[in-house]
Ligand binder design. Structure first.
Ligand SMILES: [Zn+2]
Length: 499
């Protein structure tokens, strides 16, 4: 019996190696109605199942773009773009790149993607809820339905209420507001907005324009162009009634006083204080290179050069979380930043890797790690808490709870990601450094910063050329210039009204 079974397994493996196209039939079903919307034939190679991604997209009417020359295929799902590259394990999700457990196969010019990774990735992104029943070979799919579905208005005397009707209760903590010029932006975490265009043409007192927008898969935004006489405005959730209510009152006179609400909101968001966080310090050296090159010294030098560059070119306050070779607990760094009213948080670090040939920079923002590499880097940077007296403060920050931590920060996620992308481009062009892209990972030092925040791994201590660069004042200056360019670009974009 045993022997027969071994033999069977043996033949199965040989057969699957010889005839990798021998796959199975997978039903594609709508999760709610259980109706079959298509059939896919998988390819089985070793332990992996691969599905033909173009057929999957066709079955769900997802627009696709192929580039046979570059060997890429992109799925355009709502505002999101998912790109696979043949013969590589990489998938690009909007501007972020993730690594799957195996490469995309490309037999007969058709893209086959690893099923398990694909299902996992789509679920984590929140764009499409998808489930694979591996016993019955059924793929259940549900695109995320809108949960902010209708707008109504109530007007009484000088008070106007805009009511966003939702399909599930939102909490006040899901809502954040921001004002720029005459616009008020209301961000709704976990919101999927689908409000018909006809309401925007409707006359709403005190509102010139109403713009509903899906800014990310997990964030909806309502933008209001307000009349200058709006004097009182607040946003809150009627949880029981499934409503988000925006209340406005028009001032009878004195337009100067009328602007106070928007002015106050605007002041709150002006990028006037920038926090630079030189990684490590004191008894925590960070990563260490030969001939006593310490990460903590490089990060301090780059931070100081950046402060100088910012002060030379911008009219803002700059604060360093440490000014000398002293130890600072991770938590105290963001606390300091929040207390100083920081509007941008930039943590500076130096990377290390077992692969000595690895060079270049990576810019991170806070979020659950999507690749093992990103997780390794975060783990190393987080390990400095061993130098701190009280480690219990961080005990609950496991990888899973980072998802919650990152969610709590969602109102800055989009900004942090934008800022990270700008700094990444600037370092690439100013320093001629190889970009490892913008990534997300769970860094303790970013957790708790109530402002857009990024962490820059400026280069590799373990690579001799990177190390020599990072240790030289001229390269440190180039980094400072690149970071400052990024800040200026972000400030220009962020403080303007256009979205
Ligand atoms: Zn570090």
């Amino acid at each position: 019996m045993q022997r027969a079974k071994y033999f069977f397994n043996f033949f199965y493996i040989i057969l699957s190696l010889l005839f990798p196209l021998a796959g199975r039939e997978i039903q594609l079903q709508d999760k709610l109605s259980r109706a079959t919307v298509g059939t896919l034939y998988s390819v089985e190679i070793g332990v992996h199942s691969f599905i033909p991604i173009e057929k999957f997209a066709q079955a769900l009417s997802i627009p696709i773009e192929q580039n046979i020359h570059l060997k890429t295929v992109s799925l355009n799902v709502k505002e999101n773009r998912i790109t696979f590259i043949a013969y590589t394990p990489f998938v690009r999700f909007n501007n972020l790149e993730y690594q799957m457990s195996t490469e995309v196969r490309f037999p007969n010019l058709e893209f086959y993607v690893p099923l398990a990774d694909f299902v996992d990735g789509l679920n984590k992104s929140g764009i499409i809820a998808i489930e694979y029943d591996e016993t019955n070979y059924i793929l259940y799919v549900m695109t995320r339905p809108p949960n902010i579905v209708r707008l109504s208005t109530q007007c009484k005397n000088d008070t106007t209420r805009l009511i966003l009707h939702t399909t599930h209760p939102f909490k006040d903590s899901d809502i954040s507001t921001r004002a720029e010029k005459d616009w008020l932006y209301i961000n709704i975490n976990d919101g999927v907005i689908d409000i018909n265009d006809d309401v925007s043409s409707e006359q709403i007192p005190q509102v010139f324009e109403f713009v509903p927008l899906q800014v990310a898969q997990d964030q909806a935004r309502v933008s209001l162009h307000l009349a200058p006489n709006v004097s009182l405005l607040h946003v809150h959730c009627n949880e029981g009634a499934f409503e988000i209510v925006i209340t406005m009152r028009a001032a009878a006179a004195a337009p100067s006083a009328a602007l106070t609400f928007l002015e106050k909101e605007r002041e709150k968001w002006k990028i006037d204080t920038i926090i630079i966080d030189p990684g490590h310090g004191g008894r925590d050296p960070g990563c260490v290179g030969p001939s006593s090159i310490f990460e903590k010294n490089i990060t301090l030098a780059v931070a100081k050069a950046t402060r100088q560059e910012i002060e030379r070119r911008m009219d803002v306050n700059v604060m360093l979380t440490r000014d000398s070779d002293s130890f600072a607990a991770l938590k105290s760094r963001t606390k300091k930043a929040n207390e100083a009213g920081g509007k941008l948080f930039i943590s500076i670090h130096v990377d290390a890797n077992r692969v000595k040939s690895l060079r270049g920079h990576t810019v991170y923002f806070l979020g659950p790690a999507k690749t093992d590499d990103a997780r390794d880097v975060a783990q190393f940077e987080n390990s400095v808490i061993q130098f701190e007296d009280s480690q219990n403060d961080y005990a609950s920050l496991s990888d899973a709870s980072f998802i919650l931590a990152a969610n709590a920060q969602n109102s800055y996620n989009k900004e942090s990601q934008d800022f990270a992308a700008m700094v990444d481009q600037e370092i690439k062009s100013q320093c001629g450094s190889r970009s490892h892209g913008v990534r997300q990972a769970g860094f303790y030092v970013l957790y708790g910063a109530s402002m857009p925040n990024i962490l820059i791994e400026t280069g590799f201590m373990t690579n001799s050329q990177d190390r020599a660069n990072l240790n030289s004042p001229s390269y440190q200056k180039a980094l400072a210039k690149a970071i400052t360019n990024g800040i200026i670009r972000f400030k220009d974009r962020y403080e303007s009204t256009t979205f």
